[in-house]
Write a protein of this length. Structure first.
Length: 395
């Protein structure tokens, strides 16, 4: 069974309801304040402009320009061998700052380096990279100095002076008809670190052009040193030698001072023997005549003899005579009974290949026949004639 509430209780409940209704209105979404807008972000930085790497001797000079809109104020540069840095922490750091150039001296000549550069904004944002490659090198070597060519027989002797600096070796090139256009144009006469060489097997009388280049160990090449020469033609392997005709007369044999009779054959002959032969003696070719005249049976043994030698020709140094074809020995043997000159051959001449054409002898006369000491009487080679002819010599 419900009880009636007092009037005072009804008033309290009414007030409580009104309070609760006011709180519900304040929590409505339509009555909340909007949040503030987010802060404005700066634009991303522009990349570095005109980034370049210029190689020098043991250094690389780097240049760049920062963005003109001020979006970046510093540059970050790194380097690497074997490829480009893949990011701002890859490779070795070279520069981090606000300048627009720097020199990297922590490099080795002959090594290729790839540089990567980023532009950096004040908030740390990066733009890039820009890349450039450089290979530091020393100055190229100077050209060989004092290049001299001396012509020889089918050859040219060369001398030069090697430079200092980065010089490693020299290449000497020879070419006929025109100057070598480069170290690979022509015949390579020499390559190395020496200072002389000889080009052989050249064409005599043909001018040759010689050029020499210095190289360093990095493959750099100098300007060319140049000269020319004309080798002389070699002498032929064989050539003819002319022998002039000549004649000699009254050649007397020797007669011993004792033990060889009384100087007169007394019509006992004489018996004459003469052997003509040819001897190659070093550089000389000689005609040799062995002569003897002696009394025949019934006399007192008078005799006279002598070996006569004539030099027919002398060859120059380095040459020899070819064989003396048909220059065979000729032997004369007879008994003189006519007190007159005797010619051999009796008509005509010795074979045409022989230098001696003919010989005339006197064996006996009406007076004393052979000399005593320095006295010369009648027994003699009356005349010997050599013909003009040509012989071939060879090297």
């Amino acid at each position: 069974m419900l009880k009636r509430l007092p009037a005072r209780a009804h008033l309290s409940l009414l007030v409580l309801g009104l309070v609760l209704a006011g709180c519900g209105e304040k929590s409505s979404p339509s009555s909340q304040t909007a949040p503030p807008p987010p802060p404005i972000q700066p634009p991303p930085p522009g990349a570095l402009a005109a980034f370049s790497a210029v190689a020098g001797d043991g250094e690389v000079t780097l240049h760049w320009r920062l963005p003109t809109d001020g979006s970046a104020t510093t540059a970050v540069i790194r380097r690497k061998t074997g490829g480009a840095p893949t990011g701002p922490t890859d490779g070795e750091g070279v520069y981090d700052g606000s300048d627009t150039t720097t020199v990297d001296r922590a490099v080795t000549n002959g090594t290729s380096y790839t540089y990567a550069a980023w532009a950096r904004a004040t908030n740390g944002d990066l733009a890039g990279p820009s890349a450039a490659t450089a290979r530091p090198l020393p100055p190229p070597p100077a050209a060989p100095g004092a290049l001299t060519a001396t012509a020889g027989v089918a050859s040219v002797s060369l001398t030069w002076e090697n430079p200092g600096g980065s010089f490693d070796h020299v290449r000497v090139v020879l070419k006929a008809g025109s100057q070598p256009s480069g170290p690979n144009d022509g015949l390579v006469v020499y390559e190395g670190s020496g200072t002389s060489a000889t080009a052989t097997d050249l064409v005599g009388g043909q001018l040759v052009n010689i050029a020499a280049w210095s190289f360093d160990s990095y493959g750099q090449i100098s300007a060319a040193a140049r000269t020319t020469a004309t080798p002389t033609a070699p002498a032929p392997d064989s050539q003819d030698v002319s022998l002039a005709a000549w004649s000699q007369s009254h050649l007397f044999p020797d007669h011993p001072l004792s033990g060889a009779g009384d100087r007169d054959f007394d019509d006992h002959g004489p018996h004459v023997t003469a052997r003509l032969h040819y001897v190659v003696d070093g550089a000389n070719v000689n005609a040799v005549l062995d002569y003897r005249a002696e009394e025949t049976a019934g006399g007192d043994g008078t005799w006279a003899a002598k070996t006569f030698t004539w030099t027919l020709a002398t060859v120059p140094a380095g040459w020899t005579f070819d064989s003396w074809a048909d220059s065979t020995d000729q032997t004369v043997e007879y008994v003189d009974t006519d007190h007159d000159r005797d010619r051999f051959p009796s008509s005509g001449s010795f074979p045409a290949a022989q230098p001696i054409e003919h010989i005339e002898f006197v064996g006996s006369t009406s007076g004393d026949d052979v000399g005593s000491g320095t006295t010369k009487d009648d027994t003699q080679i009356w005349q010997i004639n050599a013909r003009a002819r040509r012989y071939r010599i060879r090297r």
